[in-house]
Design a protein around this ligand. Structure first.
Ligand SMILES: Cc1cc2nc3c(=O)[nH]c(=O)nc-3n(C[C@H](O)[C@H](O)[C@H](O)COP(=O)(O)OP(=O)(O)OC[C@H]3O[C@@H](n4cnc5c(N)ncnc54)[C@H](O)[C@@H]3O)c2cc1C
Length: 438
């Protein structure tokens, strides 16, 4: 079958653009056979390819990506490897405590695998085990984080309240009226992390980039056709998130979304003094439709907000420009002391959500496996799911793997035009309700 829609990525990802240039890519060429082909080099594919190689060191593994690893959503995100979801449902939460505990165990196992890789290979990715602060700018935001703290109490999880003066001492701005700190989240430079992970693969993994898979033929051996080469594989692992339905699986179940970030230019010494606060920090919004904000270790400020329905799967320029306008406003509201600081980069990244919040994980057909749809928090979750998928393929068993296999699967969606309109209206309403939290 032909793969109708391929990923497209611009060169506006601030995380990647502020790193030294990448080495030239190795592209697929000619005809090769491998034991395992992994399509998609985000967190899920990077973990799956590595784990396959660890468990089956004699096997050949090809990790194939349409673009450059680091310029995909894995390298474009806000860099929070989250242990506890920041959007725990307010109602009926007590009824799902066990589920929440399992989710946290999964995320922590993902963090452990990432930590192990980063430490073992000395990957320089600004790894900071500092937790996350949920920042509230309004009374409504405060009510949301109070509800969240009640849920943390039910879980027996630790947290700390941060009042307005301390929020200012951390961030330099008096925009936030209160914060809630949870300790288990790790902050990273995502493009540095995933490029480091790709460049430190075990010897039996070959990483192909700029090599979109354009067609696939299933059978006892799967044949993949890329731009200049063909790969046949005894087993195929699909880890290409929202693009996986292009390979024939779950065609009407994933909601294609894009979210957007902007990064300022480097602050000057005078601007750093005018801002004040700590050298680096990260704020998660109290309202899920509010703004994530980070001060990076290289003295830039990142703002992320806006979810857009991405019916064509890729990020569109008109959406990017609209998001940039909102980012400028969010920046100005928070940092009136930095009126001259412009946003040097604005970029988007595609994601996949499901209506019922469930992922795809496991065997999809004979010799074909998949893990995708991490519902917007794929740094830790994609990593653990990729690792567990590799373990499933080679026949390992574990409690976490059993949990993932038993998890629900995405519901079917309403037909396309209604879906797009419905989501656009829902997002517009939630953005409006977020008010100053945006
Ligand atoms: C701005 C932004 C901020 C975010 N912030 C956070 C955050 O702070 N914390 C968090 O946990 N998550 C965050 N996310 C979400 C997170 O980035 C994703 O959940 C994560 O990247 C999913 O990982 P993945 O490996 O499943 O998919 P991806 O990272 O999307 O990787 C899929 C890969 O498949 C490849 N592919 C697709 N089709 C083909 C094909 N035909 N041939 C070859 N390759 C193909 C793509 O090129 C891509 O590299 C954010 C996302 C964005 C965009």
């Amino acid at each position: 079958m032909k793969v109708a829609v391929l990923p497209e990525a611009d060169n506006r990802n601030g995380w990647l653009e502020t790193l030294p240039p990448l080495p030239p890519p190795l592209r697929t060429a000619g005809s090769i056979h491998v034991d395992y082909a992994v399509v998609g080099g985000g967190f899920t594919g990077l973990a799956a390819a590595r784990r396959l190689a660890e468990l089956d060191p004699q096997a050949s593994v090809a990790l194939i990506d349409a673009g450059r690893i680091g310029n995909n959503s894995a390298g474009r995100n806000s860099g929070f490897a989250i242990d506890q979801a920041h959007n725990i449902r307010a109602r009926n939460f007590a009824g799902s405590l066990d589920t929440e505990r399992q989710q946290i165990s999964l995320n922590r196992a993902g963090q452990d695998y990432l930590r192990d890789i980063v430490t073992r290979h000395g990957i320089d990715c600004d790894w900071r085990e500092e937790g996350k602060i949920h920042g509230a700018a309004t009374g409504r935001g405060q009510a949301l984080i109070r509800t969240y703290s009640g849920n943390l109490d039910l879980l027996g999880a630790s947290y700390r309240w941060i009042e307005a003066p301390e929020m200012k001492a951390i961030t330099g701005t008096d925009f936030y009226v209160q914060g809630l700190h949870t300790p288990g989240t790790i902050q990273v430079q995502p493009a540095a992390m995933v490029t480091g992970m790709a460049q430190s693969m075990p010897e039996n993994v070959t990483v192909y980039e700029d090599s979109p898979v354009r067609s696939v033929a299933y059978g006892s051996v799967t044949h993949l056709e890329s731009t200049n080469g063909e790969i046949s594989a005894s087993k195929l692992l699909l880890t290409n998130n929202g693009f996986a339905p292009q390979f024939g699986f779950y065609p009407n179940s994933l909601i294609p979304i894009a979210t957007w970030a902007s990064m300022s230019r480097k602050l000057t010494p005078d601007e750093i003094r005018a801002l004040g606060g700590c050298d680096a920090w990260g704020i998660i919004p109290a309202d899920p439709f509010g703004s994530t904000v980070r001060r990076t270790v290289d003295d830039r400020i990142l703002v992320r907000n806006i979810y857009s329905y991405a019916g064509r799967l890729n990020c569109e320029e008109a959406m990017r420009l609209r998001a940039r306008t909102t980012h400028k406003r969010s920046f100005a509201n928070r940092f009136p002391m930095l009126p001259e600081v412009d946003l040097e980069y604005t970029w988007g990244g595609p994601l996949a959500l499901s209506r019922n919040g469930q992922p795809v994980f496991g065997a999809l057909a004979e010799g074909v496996y998949g893990s995708f749809c991490h519902n917007g928090v794929g740094v830790a979750r994609g990593t653990i799911c990729g690792k567990l998928l590799a373990e499933l393929v080679v026949g390992h068993e574990s409690e976490l793997l059993a949990y993932m296999q038993a998890a629900g699967r995405p519901d079917r969606l309403p037909v396309k035009p209604f879906l797009g309109w419905g989501i656009a209206c829902n997002f517009a309403y939630r953005r409006y309700r977020a008010g100053r939290e945006l």
